[in-house]
Design a binder for this molecule. Structure first.
Ligand SMILES: Cc1cc2nc3c(=O)[nH]c(=O)nc-3n(C[C@H](O)[C@H](O)[C@H](O)COP(=O)(O)OP(=O)(O)OC[C@H]3O[C@@H](n4cnc5c(N)ncnc54)[C@H](O)[C@@H]3O)c2cc1C
Length: 570
């Protein structure tokens, strides 16, 4: 039995690559170690709240935007309902309150009204970020073509050339005189990085313009809706998704990959299985791949990525409120609570790296859009701050829990101070750290954007999709074009398009992998309230005796909406 492609990891890039290759007729198998597809783009249920794990603001949802086009090609545009967020963000600081609106003209006006001395620089800023996206889309994907046009780059791609010379901080310092204006413009820095003086102007411009042009968006029902739609598209076109299956070895022979050995993630006593394939897409983080490879490939990859640094992670307090929190003064969807005493852009990094009790953070109020996460009359939010795994290392379980709670209480006190009364409206809260993100996505350090989007690791310097073994491809937030929802989907689509034209395919083998332990769903009954009864075919030889239980993993990703992956039968 052989698959054309095996995809390791069901994050957005893996799912998009899987759906695109399946649509073009390839026989694709996707392995995801978690019990639901999506990686960072997932939700989970708590009481009557659907808790969003990793989407706050989606960039690039615009007419002729690449992501809408990809969803269209995959036939799932109708399944994903993008809700436009009213404004980019509002910032509460020592300065007067400031709202960053959507739209370049609105942005220039808002900034120029407050800081007229820098009006010219704001126009220049808007022109540059707009140019970065427009030119970025036109940039040839082929390294050979890029080499050929290299001497003409300043003429053909002036914004990209200008951006490539700068970090965001260095560009702002060169053109904008008022430090307060820079702080207002960068209140949302943690959407990208912790340090404006390291953040690539190219990467920043690419994403920022994707928010400016047609506004930032949220997905009704949460990001799981998108992941499920991608998974559904892949299955509809004949692809196979195995959840709860972890790739533990990439088999290589004569300098090529030939298969994957996988193991059940939840029952390690089961024997591993090896499946052959023509080629592989690694959606899992590249730093995890050497452990799956034989020498000399493992060492070659380690060497290649040894100097790369990881992006930030997030500390999240997921919040369920028993009411709409607008009444407590929460005005915006993204409410940036800036630390007291920031005077210049140079203070941003020390603050985000510093004391928890003073760190700037964001409160997202999903209730400002038709988010479909909370029941009528209630609302959902999340507190989000930059986080580093180093802060959580060397703690035993008790110490870790206690520290998590201590830090959470600091932030809850600060939202209460900003929005008096809000604390009493909290019906549910749960805390996730970089360690939690690492645990559920396997991304080292809980990195949310793969490799840090620094000047040295972005644009043409970003890790490419195919550099180690001819038929081993990489597609994730860690690779070109970068991290985030939009970029990861584009990475998945680009890799599939490239693979389709590469010489990496052999004769088709029709046999499918069958897990003998899969049992058929025979009935589904919705009861009053929110419970659903599922009936399954009895596995061969299964005889129920008192005290025994069976663990069922639901195979159809759409069923994960129930959030009932495992239930005891007795
Ligand atoms: C809390 C949070 C907030 C965020 N907010 C935003 C936002 O507002 N806007 C935005 O654009 N981006 C945001 N992001 C970033 C964005 O979600 C990610 O950059 C993007 O979803 C990553 O996609 P990916 O394809 O790299 O895969 P990942 O999501 O990293 O998934 C990789 C998958 O591979 C699987 N895997 C790993 N190893 C194996 C193995 N050996 N075998 C099988 N499977 C394996 C993992 O289980 C995982 O599901 C946020 C992320 C987080 C965590």
């Amino acid at each position: 039995m052989k698959y054309d492609t095996i995809i390791i990891g069901g994050g957005l890039a893996g799912l998009t690559a899987g759906a695109t290759l399946s649509k073009s007729g390839k026989k694709v198998l996707l392995l995801e170690r978690h019990h639901k597809p999506g990686g960072c783009a997932t939700t989970f249920k708590r009481g009557d709240f659907i808790v969003e794990v990793g989407l706050h603001e989606f960039s690039g949802i615009m007419e002729n935007g690449t992501v809408p086009l990809i969803l269209d090609i995959l036939g799932i545009s109708e399944e994903v309902d993008f809700q436009q967020i009213p404004e980019f963000y509002g910032i509460y600081s020592d300065r007067s309150q400031f709202v960053v609106p959507h739209g370049y003209d609105n942005l220039i006006k808002a900034l120029s009204d407050k800081y007229p001395e820098d009006a010219k620089a704001f126009r220049r800023f808007a022109k540059l970020v707009d140019g970065i996206r427009k030119e970025g889309v036109r940039l040839p994907a082929s390294p050979l073509k890029l080499k050929l046009i290299y001497p003409l780059m300043p003429l053909m791609f002036p914004s990209l050339v200008e951006a490539s010379k700068h970090t965001l901080g260095s560009w702002l310092d060169k053109h904008i005189t008022n430090e307060n204006a820079k702080l207002d413009l960068l209140g949302h820095i943690s959407w990208w990085s912790d340090d404006p003086y390291k953040l690539s102007m190219f990467y920043f411009g690419l994403v920022f313009s994707g928010y400016m042009e047609n506004g930032a968006h949220f997905i009704k029902g949460g990001s799981q809706t998108l992941s499920d739609a991608l998974a559904g598209s892949m299955e509809k076109h004949g692809g196979t998704i195995l959840l709860g299956k972890q790739a533990e070895k990439i088999i290589t022979r004569n300098g090529k990959v030939t298969g994957v050995t996988l193991r059940d993630s939840f029952n390690k006593s089961l024997d591993p299985v090896t499946i052959s394939c023509d080629n592989i897409v690694a959606n899992l983080a590249p730093p995890l791949v050497p452990a799956l490879l034989d020498e000399p490939h493992a060492n070659a990859l380690k060497q290649k990525i040894s100097s790369y640094t990881r992006s930030i992670s997030f500390f999240c307090i997921y919040l369920g409120f028993n009411t709409d929190v607008t009444k407590y003064g929460v005005k915006y969807y993204s409410n940036v609570i800036e630390a007291e005493g920031l005077k210049s852009l140079k203070d941003v990094y020390p603050n985000l790296k510093g004391d928890w009790s003073k760190r700037s953070f964001v409160l997202i109020d999903y209730g400002k859009v038709d988010a479909g996460l909370a029941p009528a009359g209630k609302s959902e939010g999340v507190v989000l701050a930059v986080d580093y795994i180093e802060d959580w290392e060397n703690l035993n379980e008790e110490e870790y829990k206690a520290k998590k709670e201590e830090v959470a209480q600091m932030f809850l006190e600060r939202i209460e101070k900003q929005f008096p009364g809000i604390r009493d409206a909290i019906e549910y809260y749960e805390v996730g750290t970089s360690k939690t993100i690492q645990k559920y996505t396997s991304n080292p350090g809980g990195s949310v954007f793969g490799y840090a989007p620094t000047k040295e690791q972005s644009g043409l310097n970003r890790l490419r999709d195919n550099f180690l073994i001819p038929n081993l491809y990489f597609a994730s937030a860690w690779t070109f074009p970068g991290g985030g929802f939009e970029a990861s989907i584009i990475a998945g689509f680009m890799v599939a398009s490239k693979m389709n034209t590469d010489k990496i395919w052999s004769e088709r083998d029709a046999e499918e992998y069958r897990d003998a332990r899969i049992v058929k769903l025979t009935g589904r009954k919705e009861n009053a309230g929110s419970s659903i009864e599922l009936s399954f075919e009895k596995p061969k030889g299964f005889k129920h005796e008192k005290g025994q239980h069976a663990i069922l993993t639901l195979m159809n990703p759409k069923v994960t909406k129930l959030d009932l992956p495992y239930r005891r039968l007795s």
